[in-house]
Design a protein around this ligand. Structure first.
Ligand code: NAD
Length: 260
């Protein structure tokens, strides 16, 4: 379905980004992957994706907190693969603390990586999409782009910002073949969430299994984690012709979290 298209997925060495990259590659898109990790492990991942799906896969190590590196990654991808047709802004980090104890440098890092990186990548990729009058911009926001939780001021602010940015870009591209939407996942069991489960188990002196159950029970009515594979399929759908009039939407995939 996506043969001849190229997709850049930020933060795709792990978790949700990797799930989305795999689903796009399974639909035959060529890929630029990005994210942190050991060089050897990343090269292994890159070559395995290329082999498994029979697509071209390149890696760029742009640090998503650095605008110049983001712009350079878009240039690199467009030059190496001929275009950037699909941009998935997924890289993200988390830090939890009450607002009056929230370290200013953690605030700045979360705003830079979870929000401003989306702006820089979109600004750099959009002119190339306009040239071809086709594009898909998919921002991985969160249930926290729609509702808040305590101790997550920076994350909630950044993800609400992503939802707003998504709407603004969707309006600016409304009369083109380019769409911009957000996906708002609930809990997905990735390293980012495992750390929160481990912290909770430690702080409450409870087993990790119990902490996991409590986190789900508190927020996610389904009682089940969303999977990276499910989110990958949502991203593939957003790239389809059927989704061409979905514009500026925030699609909740959250086990009912934000229905409450
Ligand atoms: P993860 O920790 O498994 O993956 C994060 C990815 O971002 C990794 O590839 C990491 O290397 C990359 N990354 C982090 N900092 C980076 C930087 N400075 N430069 C480049 N890459 C960087 O986390 P995840 O849970 O898969 O999260 C992916 C996205 O999904 C994030 O935006 C997160 O906020 C969002 N999200 C996650 C959940 C969840 O429950 N896991 C829920 C809603 C939204």
């Amino acid at each position: 379905m996506l043969k001849g298209k190229t997709a850049l997925v930020t933060g795709s060495t792990s978790g949700i980004g990797l799930g989305i990259a795999r689903a796009l590659a399974a639909s035959k898109a060529d890929l630029i992957i990005n994210g942190l990790g050991e060089a050897d492990a990343i090269e292994k991942l890159r070559s395995e994706l290329a082999e498994e799906f029979g697509v071209r896969v390149l890696y760029h190590g742009a640090d998503m907190s650095r605008p110049a590196e983001i712009t350079a990654m878009i240039e690199y991808g467009a030059n190496a693969l001929g275009s950037i047709d699909i941009l998935v802004n997924n890289a993200g980090i988390q830090y939890t603390a009450p607002v009056e104890q929230f370290p200013a440098d953690r605030w700045d890092a979360i705003i830079a990586i979870n929000l401003s990186s989306n702006f820089h990548a979109i600004a750099a990729a959009l002119p190339r999409m306009r040239e071809r009058n086709w594009g898909r911009i998919i921002n991985v926001a969160s249930a926290h782009g729609l509702v808040a939780s305590p101790a997550k001021s920076a994350y909630v602010a950044a993800k609400h910002g992503v939802v707003g940015l998504t709407k603004a870009v969707a309006l600016e591209t409304a009369q083109t073949g380019i769409t911009c939407n957000a996906i708002c996942p609930g809990w997905v069991l990735t390293p980012l969430v495992q750390k929160q489960i481990d912290d909770r188990a430690k702080n409450a002196s409870i087993p990790v299994d119990k902490a996991r159950q409590l986190m789900l029970a508190e927020k996610q009515p389904s009682g089940e984690f969303v999977t990276p594979e499910q989110l990958g399929q949502v991203a593939v759908f957003l790239c389809s012709e059927a989704a061409s009039q979905i514009r500026g939407s925030s699609i909740s995939v959250d086990g009912g979290w934000t229905a409450q």
